[in-house]
Design a protein around this ligand. Structure first.
Ligand SMILES: [Zn+2]
Ligand SMILES: [Zn+2]
Length: 364
């Protein structure tokens, strides 16, 4: 694991703290978690709460579509559209964009246009920095105190992590801020200067974040409206809302709900609680145990039957030249873990430790 005070102090520590004086994980009550979340969304308390407030507004802005769908445009055909859009399309896009590109830089685009199209391929939800910065911490401190979605602290600890544990600390030094910016530079998101960060408490510029959000929603509303009328538009915004609200559960289940659930021959990384689950794997390419072994790989489905739709997208874009390079660790995985053919050989193997290379410190 990376020992670095930069990583230790990168995220905005919750008021209940990450660990107690014996260095054990603090497990807050559900009430504590909700009150922390509400205080972090409170824009009247601090301007720097804007990013959590915007996230709340986003969910609230999707609710009217949900009610319109439910009470005015409901049909079973649209229910199928919701299931496909939320689980398959939003899910796979999350892997392609937030996870494999923005966070792990596992592939590159040949032109910024392809990057912008990929970013906006679905209805926009979470701002990139909320995912990216905290996800590096998740890899550095998987299942340890300080892991922003430590499943051992319970379901709501993960569900409310976006507000309570995933925001960048408002107290970074200029030097630390520069390092944090380094995680985001390639994403195309307009970033704050240190002075602007001190004012807004975020890496992303609020104007950019709100502007992209409004443009993206207007574009997709019109597209869906022309394809299938108001009914389809309401249904797919409902789908986006469901994904946005429920995806947080993956951070809990993807690490076994805080319990050791590894299966021999399937989960080869025993250094943390991550597991390969069939559903997130098949629908979104999130073979999470494989991913913890090779975080920098643009592909995570390594074994037969581990369909990886996010990889299909990246590979297809490489074929047509929109993606200029990618890293594929399948061969390395097979050589290291499968060719031995002995499950007993694999215990207690640890993963490819999340190191300075993964954090991409070059040039700092
Ligand atoms: Zn994980
Ligand atoms: Zn990851």
């Amino acid at each position: 694991m990376v020992k670095s005070s930069f990583i230790d102090d990168l995220l905005y520590a919750p008021s209940y703290g990450w660990k107690d004086k014996n260095a054990a994980l603090v497990v807050p009550t559900t009430k504590q978690l909700w009150s922390e979340a509400f205080s972090r969304m409170n824009i009247f308390k601090a301007r720097s709460n804007w990013i959590s407030f915007a996230s709340f507004l986003m969910l609230a802005g999707m609710l009217p579509f949900f009610f319109l769908f439910l009470f005015k445009y409901f049909s079973w055909y649209l229910v199928i559209a919701i299931v496909v859009y939320s689980m398959l399309i939003m899910g796979t896009h999350g892997t392609i964009w937030f996870h494999r590109y923005c966070t792990h830089k596992s592939y590159g685009f040949s032109h910024p246009l392809w990057r912008i199209i990929t970013q906006n391929l679905v209805i926009r939800t979470i701002p990139e920095e909320i995912y990216v910065v905290s996800h590096h911490v998740h890899h550095c401190k998987s299942d340890e105190p300080g892991d922003p979605y430590n499943a051992q602290a319970g379901f709501w600890y993960c569900m409310l992590a976006e507000y309570n544990h995933q925001r960048v600390s408002p107290d970074l030094s200029e030097d630390a801020y520069k390092k944090a910016v380094h995680f985001m530079k390639h994403t195309g998101v307009k970033l704050n200067s240190y002075q602007q960060y001190q004012k807004w408490g975020s890496i992303a510029s609020p104007m950019y974040t709100i502007g992209v959000w409004l443009l993206n929603w207007s574009f997709w509303y019109l597209v869906f409206y022309f394809i299938g009328g108001t009914g389809l538009a309401c249904a797919l915004f409902t789908a986006a809302m469901l994904w946005f609200a429920l995806i947080r559960a993956f951070n809990y289940t993807g690490h076994g709900g805080g319990k050791e659930k590894h299966r021999d021959g399937i989960d080869f990384d025993r250094s943390n609680l991550s597991i390969n689950q069939t559903r997130p794997g098949l629908i979104a390419g999130e073979w999470h145990n494989n991913h913890h072994l090779f975080p920098g790989s643009a592909r995570a489905g390594f074994l037969p039957g581990q369909l990886d739709l996010a990889w299909v997208y990246i590979y297809a874009l490489r074929k047509v030249g929109m993606v200029s390079w990618y890293k594929d660790s399948k061969k390395e995985f097979l050589k290291k873990y499968i060719s031995k053919g002995q499950v007993s050989d694999l215990m207690p193997l640890t993963g490819d430790n999340y190191n300075m290379g993964h954090l991409d410190y070059e040039g700092l």
